[in-house]
Every structure is written in structure tokens, then in C-alpha cells.
Design a protein around this ligand. Structure first.
Ligand code: ATP
Ligand code: MG
Length: 583
């Protein structure tokens, strides 16, 4: 490709709404453009990278027995009504001219399960791994970071169908390899973390996280044993609760006019939120539950659900709370509370002389104490884990990191097959539900994740495997015959050798060409400049900024060598990550 013909509209000023590094750089370098909230064009350079990411993903999926297909983006409502997902907030719902309901595909479990229930009959046709790379549509409440969280985005979604759980374990393992290798070959270091599999009977679930300060997810990592989990999922090790030895003060009901939230109460009483216990009232199917966690902590609803034996839970309605506490919402507390089971986070057990709601409008108790003033029916791990908590595996100390989720692998089991009646005939003559897995990779999010963690003040630093061009040949002065000859010779030799090469022969100042090559992040750059007259060119590597002079006659060989080296580093990494898991 010649730069003079390439459409890459670079920007000097980046739109103010771009906060993440990758968002700024992708806009600046002319890889993407905004069409609407969470909706982006992929311009030629961005699209080129995207296709390279897809190619790697396809190679790895195919190597693990995946078969690619393509499902529609426009989907009839009926399929999603069958599983009860028609009502989800993330759906884009539309009607056709006959007033029939449709949605734009946001994930395809229902569609794939429908394919398999129609056309797969026997265990002999299993295992099956079907995947697609397709555009997804989600009405995300907060699109963010350009293509990091779009409302339209490209995902690789794969689905496996097996006879039994052992086979699912094997299928999952294969997807683990495909995903791990894909990320490594794309130059992404990922941390695989335990993820929440929801309450509906799913089994293992893991997310691939790129650790980056700008990430939206909180990841907890134990420095001692390596246990890693999404904060949404992370359990907390059982630390022995030390009963506080503080002297117990007299319980007192104090006025707290209009102070309902933690901030309001703590600022009114001039106490730290750590000295407050909040009481959250939940409706758990047939019963009402009062849940106690320390004031500065967040309740993890998935944990609460598990502690209540998998019951459906939701925050109680205002009238239920008012009836239970005899006060307006915002003043619930455990003292004198009748008609609700009281369940508390383990940490509350070690607290003394704390603040709780007064079960009276505009009032709180101070110096409340368990045992003396009220009882707890049950303690459980209920709060969202955070830094400093104990590791559930080894009781080491958990550290917090920010992560950007680029992939999610999930043992679904029979949630969809049972719900949709997808069955096969096993060799024992019995009909059984397929055991399913689903696996999603954020292809377009990777376009951002890679430069998010690989850039410098000059621009993006693409790994060679997904760079918009592997090599940029920079012709400094197109009026100089020797320079022209050298640049064109290299360009042609490299093209012949199968290298994806850009020739920058534009009528621009050298500074502009250097800047652009760095901004778009070409990993290998070769400069035909003043030395061309002496039969020499300069080789540069984008990442290390190393420069070397080479004879024009040797340049192609040297570039090919360098290119091989860069690829083999990525391949080594891919083998390492898979080996580390098996080892
Ligand atoms: P998130 O928690 O980030 O919303 P999710 O749990 O909704 O992700 P999945 O439904 O498991 O994600 O989708 C699989 C992958 O698709 C994710 O790991 C992520 O990389 C990518 N992805 C999900 N939502 C978006 C989005 N709105 N824009 C871009 N990529 C996305
Ligand atoms: Mg989501």
C-alpha cells in the first residue's frame, strides 16, 4: 500500500469526550470515527487490524475443533420469549411492517440452541463446537472508551454441545487454549479470573482480563497463591473474627433529621462509615430478610442469593419496609425488628458500639452491640471483596487491580437446552439435554485493549501480528533518485516476500512521515534517506526505538529476520500461557 493512496485522516486535536488513551489514539490516527453514542466506523486502518485479530482467532478456534457459521443479527422475538430474555434492558427491540416483534442479536444462545435442537439427534453427532464472528447490538446504559464498550460491537461467540459434563470439561479446556493463545498472539497479557456464573446453575466461569488502570472491572489477586477473581465473584477467606474488646457504651436513640444515606448519617453524627452498620431489607420470595453490612462496604447480591439457598431476591418495596420498621425508608435497623430474618456479613460480628437505623423516622441508634441489643440469625460472606480482604484459598492478602474484560468462557450446563427442549438420544437409548458451554471474545474491544496497554507519547505500538502494516518504508525525499530507488526496491522485495508493507512516498516533510509511522504504530520502519546514496538505509523498531544502519542489499533479509523474531516472541508467549495452565 502506498501512503499517498491510503485513507487515514489523522487528527491534531482529539475530541474532548475521549478519555481513554486508546480512544484518543484510535481517533487521532484515523482508525475509527464516531457515528453516534457507542457506534463507530472502522476506517481502513482500524478495519485492517480488526481483520488480523479475527484471523488469529479463527486459526485458534479451528485448531481446537471449532466450526464457523454465521447467524443473523435480526432475530424473531419468539426465541427469546422462550427463555424469558425478551424483556432484558440491553435488548434493541424492533417491529416489522406487520407489527411483529424482533430484536437485534446481543448474544446467540437461543439461536444456536434452536439450530441444534432441530438438526442434532444423536450422541454420534457430538461433540459440537460452533462459533461465529458477528456484530452484536446492546443498548448499553453507558457506552464508553470508543470501541471499548460500544452499543454495536464485534464479538466472537462460540457454543459447545456435549453428552456429559466430562466432555464439557474437555471442550472448555480447548476453548481455554484457543482464547489464551489468541490473546497472547495478539500481544495481550491477560489475567484469567474467576467470574460470577450467575445463580442459574452455571458451573465454572472465567474471564480474561487485561490489567489497565482505565479498566471498568475490579479484579482481586492474591500475591501469595495467585488466586484471581472478579470482585463481583470473589469470596472472602474466613478470618477469625476478633471480638472487639472495647468497653460497651450505653445504647442511645438520637435524632438524625433527614439523614438516610450513609454519607448523610456519618456526616451528621461525625462518625466514620466503618462505625456504622447498614440494614438492607430484601424480599427473598416468601420471606423478608434484613441484611447487615458495615457502612463502607457493598453488599454482593449474588452472595446473598447463595446464602439464602438460591432464592430470588430483590430490594423490598417501600411499603414492605415501612410496615416492617414502622419508619420511612432510610431508617431501618436490627434493634426491635420483628418479622424479618437477620443475616449479617462476617465482619459485623467483630464490631462494637456502632450506629444502626432507629426503626423510627429521623432517628438512629448509637452504641449498638450484638448480643446485648439484638441478635443475628446467621452470619455469611455477603460483601463485595476489596483490597486487604483475605484470600479464600490461602488467607493471603488480596490486592485490587483494574481490569478490562476481553473474553469470557462459561460452562452453561443445561440452562438453555433444558429450557428450550434441546435433546439428543444417548447410547443408552435415553433422551438427554445437551450439556452446553459458551465462550465470548470481544474482538472490537481488543482493537482498543491492545493500544490501551501498548503505547507511548508518540502513538500506538502494535505487536507485529495485528499491526496495520508490518513494515513501513519511509521515503524521505521523493525528489532524490537514490532514495526513491532504494525505497521502491525495498517495497517491492518486501511485498514479494509476503510482507504487509506501507510505502510512505507522500510529498510531506520527513517529520510528518516519522510521526505518522509512529502514531499508527508500524513495528518495523525502514528509512530511505540521505544514506541511500551510499547504498544504506536505516532500520528502526517501533517498540524499542532501536536504530541500525544496514546495506540496502541486505535490508530485506534483515527485515525478514526481525519480523520472524517478533512473531516467534509472540508464539513463545502463546505456548507459555497454555503451558503455565497445564503445568
Ligand atoms: P461486560 O461486563 O464488559 O459488559 P459482558 O459480561 O456483558 O461484558 P459477554 O456477554 O460475556 O460480556 O461478552 C463477551 C465479550 O464481549 C466480553 O468479554 C467483552 O470482551 C465483549 N463485550 C461485551 N460487551 C461489549 C460492548 N458493549 N462493547 C464491546 N465489547 C463488549
Ligand atoms: Mg455487558
Amino acid at each position: 500500500m502506498r501512503a499517498s493512496q491510503l485513507f487515514f485522516p489523522t487528527l491534531r486535536e482529539v475530541p474532548a469526550e475521549a478519555e481513554m488513551i486508546s480512544h484518543k489514539l484510535l481517533l487521532r490516527a484515523g482508525f475509527i470515527r464516531r457515528v453516534g453514542a457507542g457506534i463507530y466506523d472502522y476506517l481502513p486502518l482500524g478495519y485492517k487490524v480488526l481483520k488480523k485479530i479475527e484471523k488469529i482467532a479463527r486459526e485458534e478456534m479451528d485448531a481446537q475443533g471449532g466450526q464457523e457459521l454465521l447467524m443473523p443479527a435480526l432475530l424473531p422475538a419468539e426465541l427469546y420469549q422462550e427463555t424469558g430474555r425478551w424483556g432484558l434492558d440491553v435488548l434493541f427491540r424492533i417491529k416489522d411492517r406487520y407489527d411483529r416483534d424482533y430484536l437485534l442479536g446481543f448474544t446467540h444462545e437461543e439461536v444456536i440452541t434452536d439450530i441444534v435442537r432441530r438438526d442434532v439427534r444423536s450422541y454420534r453427532e457430538l461433540p459440537l463446537n460452533l462459533y461465529q464472528i458477528q456484530t452484536k447490538e446492546r443498548d448499553e446504559p453507558r457506552p464508553r472508551g470508543g470501541v471499548v464498550r460500544g452499543r454495536e460491537f464485534i464479538m466472537l461467540d462460540s457454543y459447545t454441545f456435549d453428552r456429559n459434563w466430562e466432555d464439557l470439561d474437555r471442550a472448555y479446556e480447548r476453548m481455554y487454549v484457543a482464547f489464551s493463545r489468541t490473546f497472547a498472539r495478539c500481544g495481550l497479557d491477560t489475567l484469567v479470573v474467576e467470574a460470577d456464573s450467575g445463580a442459574i446453575g452455571g458451573k465454572d466461569s472465567q474471564e480474561y482480563m487485561v490489567i489497565a488502570d482505565s479498566g471498568e472491572d475490579t479484579v482481586l489477586l492474591c500475591a501469595e497463591c495467585g488466586y484471581a477473581a472478579n470482585a463481583e465473584k470473589c469470596e472472602i477467606g474466613r478470618i477469625d473474627v476478633k471480638k472487639s474488646e472495647q468497653e460497651l457504651h450505653a445504647l442511645e436513640l438520637v435524632d438524625t433529621p433527614d439523614a438516610r444515606t450513609i454519607e448523610q448519617v456519618t456526616s451528621f453524627l461525625k462518625k466514620s462509615p466503618k462505625k456504622l452498620v447498614k440494614t438492607l431489607i430484601y424480599q427473598a420470595e416468601d420471606e423478608v430478610v434484613a441484611v447487615l453490612v458495615r457502612g463502607d462496604r457493598e453488599l454482593n447480591e449474588a452472595k446473598l442469593m447463595r446464602a439464602l439457598g438460591g432464592k430470588d431476591i430483590e430490594m423490598a418495596e417501600a411499603d414492605v419496609i415501612e410496615k416492617l420498621t414502622g419508619a420511612e425508608v432510610g431508617f431501618a435497623g436490627p434493634i426491635g425488628l420483628n418479622g424479618a430474618r437477620i443475616i449479617a456479613d462476617h465482619e459485623v460480628e467483630g464490631m462494637s458500639n456502632f450506629v444502626v437505623g432507629g426503626n423510627k423516622t429521623d432517628a438512629h441508634y448509637i452504641n449498638a452491640n450484638i448480643g446485648r441489643d439484638f441478635g443475628i440469625d446467621e452470619y455469611a460472606d455477603l460483601r463485595v471483596a476489596s483490597k486487604g480482604d483475605a484470600c479464600p484459598k490461602c488467607n493471603g492478602i488480596l490486592r485490587e487491580h483494574r481490569g478490562m474484560e476481553v473474553g469470557h468462557i462459561f460452562k452453561l450446563g443445561t440452562i438453555y437446552s433444558e429450557g428450550m427442549g434441546a435433546k439428543f438420544l444417548d447410547d443408552d437409548g435415553k433422551e438427554k439435554s445437551f450439556i452446553m458451554g459458551c465462550y465470548g471474545m470481544g474482538i472490537s474491544r481488543m482493537l482498543a485493549a491492545i493500544p490501551e496497554v501498548n503505547s507511548d507519547s508518540d502513538g500506538m505500538i502494535w505487536p507485529i501480528s495485528v499491526a496495520p502494516f508490518e513494515v513501513a518504508v519511509i521515503l524521505l525525499n521523493s525528489g532524490d533518485e537514490a532514495q526513491c530507488g532504494a525505497a521502491i526496491r525495498l517495497y517491492e522485495e518486501l511485498q514479494q516476500a509476503g510482507v504487509d508493507v506501507l510505502l510512505d512516498e507522500r510529498d510531506e516533510r520527513p517529520g510528518v512521515k516519522f510521526k505518522d509511522a509512529d502514531l499508527i504504530g508500524c513495528p518495523i520502519q525502514v528509512v530511505a534517506g540521505r544514506l541511500a546514496g551510499e547504498g544504506k538505509v536505516e532500520l528502526r523498531t517501533r517498540a524499542s526505538k532501536d536504530k541500525e544502519e544496514v546495506a540496502l542489499d541486505d535490508a530485506t533479509q534483515r527485515i525478514l529476520e526481525l519480523r520472524r523474531e517478533l512473531y516467534s516472541r509472540l508464539e513463545d508467549k502463546a505456548q507459555e500461557v497454555v503451558f503455565a495452565k497445564k503445568g
